[in-house]
Ligand binder design. Structure first.
Ligand SMILES: Nc1ncnc2c1ncn2[C@@H]1O[C@H](COP(=O)(O)OP(=O)(O)O)[C@@H](O)[C@H]1O
Ligand SMILES: [Mg+2]
Length: 271
């Protein structure tokens, strides 16, 4: 592993160059085979649905860690593109909405996990809320649609690579069968709750905050227009999604506090 060229790494995996035109996304040792299997199944489903995604080849085991071999995509992420060309914000926000609506227009073949089961796993794993609170949140989610469309589960500009053939959507670990509007709600929630580094100069921080809220509202408005849906159909997913997000922000105290405040406010507003 020491000899392999590292391309990137995230919360759960390291990504290495594999042969010339492939990459290996290798999960950390604590994640069992099933985690790789879920990402493999969702990536296959996305490929079968005719979406612009890297080809997915096989699951391998290396030094007790499980990983997936994918086609290597050349090109930077949409996030890098936005950061180096901030004036493209409007067109990037609209492109994001169009790509997301395109995912949601596809039919799914093959067995992949359901969205509600994924959210329920997250709620179960949340440490910062009580059992009573979890049960209220579950009752709230029970009234929401199951949905039957392919959803990405972590759709943001960092998971889109700009290849010479056009944008490619990566990172399908959280892919599921469910309600597209929940998928959109999750994207909006990520944009709105990811906190900026506390050592960032004030002026930079203000600029970042303004551009992020612009990105969020243009993305959302454009998506609503394309799909002909109402904002309320999206925001009603917010409570269960915030609760399921908690386990991901355990080691980010400012984000955790922000999310908890929002959960408590929403719980109070439930009749
Ligand atoms: N198919 C690919 N081709 C080229 N680079 C990739 C590919 N998949 C992932 N990467 C690189 O690895 C990084 C992390 O991959 P990603 O699947 O998003 O994992 P994570 O779950 O860690 O976010 C990406 O931002 C990208 O730089
Ligand atoms: Mg990613």
């Amino acid at each position: 592993m020491e000899k392999m060229e590292l391309l990137g790494h995230g919360r759960m995996a390291d990504v290495y160059v594999w042969e010339d035109d492939k990459i290996l996304k290798l999960n950390q040792a604590q994640y069992p085979r099933i985690v790789a299997e879920q990402e493999f199944a969702a990536s296959k489903a996305a490929q079968a649905a005719g979406l612009p995604v890297p080809a997915v080849y096989e699951i391998i085991e290396l030094d007790g860690r499980f990983g997936i071999i994918f086609e290597r995509i050349s090109g930077r992420s949409l996030l890098d593109e936005l950061q180096s060309n901030p004036w493209k914000l409007f067109s990037i926000a609209r492109q994001l909405a169009e790509l997301h609506a395109f995912i949601h227009s596809r039919e799914i073949t093959g067995a992949i996990q359901t969205q509600k089961a994924r959210i329920e796993n997250g709620i179960q794993a949340a440490q910062a809320i009580t059992e009573d609170e979890k049960n209220s949140i579950r009752r709230n989610m029970a009234g929401l649609p199951e949905g039957n469309k392919l959803c990405h589960g972590d759709f943001h500009p960092g998971n889109i690579l700009l290849s010479p053939k056009g944008p490619m959507i990566i990172d399908w670990l959280t892919g599921s069968r469910g309600d597209p509007l929940s998928d959109v709600c999750r994207t909006v929630m990520i944009f709105e709750t990811v906190t900026l580094p506390s050592d960032m100069p004030l002026v930079t921080r203000i600029i970042q905050q303004v551009s992020r809220s612009l990105l969020t509202s243009i993305y959302l408005q454009h998506y609503l227009k394309i799909r002909g849906v109402k904002k309320e159909e999206i925001t009603r997913w917010r409570l269960p999604l915030l609760a399921a997000r908690l386990r991901e922000v355990e080691s980010y105290p400012r984000e955790k506090k922000l999310i908890l405040n929002q959960i408590h406010a929403l719980l109070h507003s439930i009749p």
